[in-house]
Design a protein around this ligand. Structure first.
Ligand code: NAD
Length: 357
């Protein structure tokens, strides 16, 4: 099985190096044939090929079972033309790989509970999977643009979903819920938007195929409030592109530790896994970035693309145990805990994983 590793910019290469160590250990221990191929993306690719997503990289991504991406971007490329910006590579990859479902687990690790800006009693035991539709909505609907009307400038975007787009993301939500606590909360704004009325109808239709799953509908404004008020009430949240963009960042802040949150973007044939954080240019090259979000993205890869849920659980357990033993990278370190660097964190997870597997 081929896995494309696209480290990208800033801390991307450092955190991907640790994730690769984890994949190698698993391949050895479990005797799996996992071929890894590394490619340039983002600013690193722009510097050499003159574009952020070279053909060679895209080709390999298309021919791989899964893609692991570090992060792209940085001040060096902040002033290049819009279509050449490193971040454009991400959008192009999503589009070319047909990635329509973005999965972001929001799990509060008991050892890091104090990292959250919210109170312990509110966030304790939070374990949510936010599923965001990724290829529709106002981000892609037409007509769009800025036009002149009666001498005034008018900005236009179009919120648009067809029923098939809603059905396929709803299915991912119900299937995911079947492997969890069997609860789906579908988030929309159907009191105001026709697009949301259709969303609610289609999600309810799909829900009938999953009678064991409890389905609840919630308006997005209420959901934004409920996430902070009582996050434990949620199991799987499914929502459209725009609402998901906002709610998933809100969800990330419940945990308070950006260096620990993985994500998966799934399509029919392809999948891409990446930490939710960016390229952190302020700490790049210092061996201080937290590689755990990338390592946890590898866990998602084993769960969703490589049909190895047991290995996914083993990676997650190894991370949990290392945190329990008090090891921390700089951004989550407090007095009395053991301060370590990026590569040491990778080595510790690999060691623990070797014991578990
Ligand atoms: P960022 O996520 O890179 O950094 C925000 C803060 O979090 C920084 O202080 C950084 O040091 C810290 N941080 C992030 N990841 C960390 C980790 N693993 N360990 C320890 N600390 C970590 O966001 P930003 O500063 O707004 O953006 C920097 C660059 O990354 C920009 O060019 C932006 O466009 C790009 N970006 C890329 C992606 C992506 O590749 N998916 C996502 C967001 C931002």
């Amino acid at each position: 099985m081929e896995i494309a590793i696209l480290p990208g910019d800033g801390i991307g290469p450092e955190i991907c190096r640790e994730a690769v160590k984890v994949i190698r250990t698993i391949a050895e221990k479990r005797n799996l044939k996992l071929d890894m191929w590394e490619g340039l993306v983002g600013g690193a690719a722009l510097d050499i090929y003159g574009k952020p997503l070279p053909e060679e990289t895209l080709e390999k991504a298309l021919n791989s079972r899964a893609v692991l991406l570090g992060a792209v971007g940085g001040p060096k490329w902040d002033h290049v033309e819009y279509h050449l910006r490193p971040e454009r590579a991400l959008l192009a990859l999503r589009e070319r790989l047909g990635l329509y479902a973005n999965l972001r687990p929001v799990v509060v690790f008991p050892e890091l509970i104090s990292a959250s800006p919210l109170k312990e009693e509110v966030i304790k035991d939070t374990d949510i999977l936010i599923i965001r539709e990724l290829t529709g909505d106002v981000y892609f609907g037409t007509p769009r643009g800025i036009i002149k009307e009666n001498g005034k400038r008018v900005g236009i975007n179009t919120m648009r979903y067809d029923e098939e787009e809603i059905r396929r993301i709803a299915r991912i939500a119900f299937e995911s819920a079947m492997k969890r606590k069997k609860k789906v909360t579908s988030v929309d704004k159907s009191n105001v938007l026709e697009c949301s009325v259709l969303w609610r109808e289609v999600v309810s239709e799909v829900g009938k195929e999953f009678p064991e799953v409890e389905l609840k509908h919630m308006y997005v404004d209420n959901c934004a409030m409920q996430l902070l008020w009582n996050p434990r009430q949620f199991d799987v949240i499914v929502t459209s592109n725009l609402f998901g963009d906002i709610l998933s960042d809100e969800g990330a802040m419940i945990t308070g530790s950006i260096g620990l949150l993985p994500s998966a973007s799934l399509g029919v044939k392809h999948a891409m896994y990446e930490p939710i954080h960016g390229s952190a240019p302020d700490i790049a090259g210092q061996n201080s970035a937290n590689p755990l979000a990338t390592i946890l993205s590898v866990a998602m890869m084993f769960r969703h693309s490589l049909a190895e849920p047991g290995i996914a659980l083993a990676i997650e357990e190894a991370v949990r145990l290392i945190l329990k033993e008090g090891y921390r990278t700089k951004e989550i370190w407090h007095d009395g805990e053991k301060l370590i660097g990026t590569s040491e964190m990778g080595d510790l997870v690999v060691g623990k994983l070797s014991e578990i597997l």
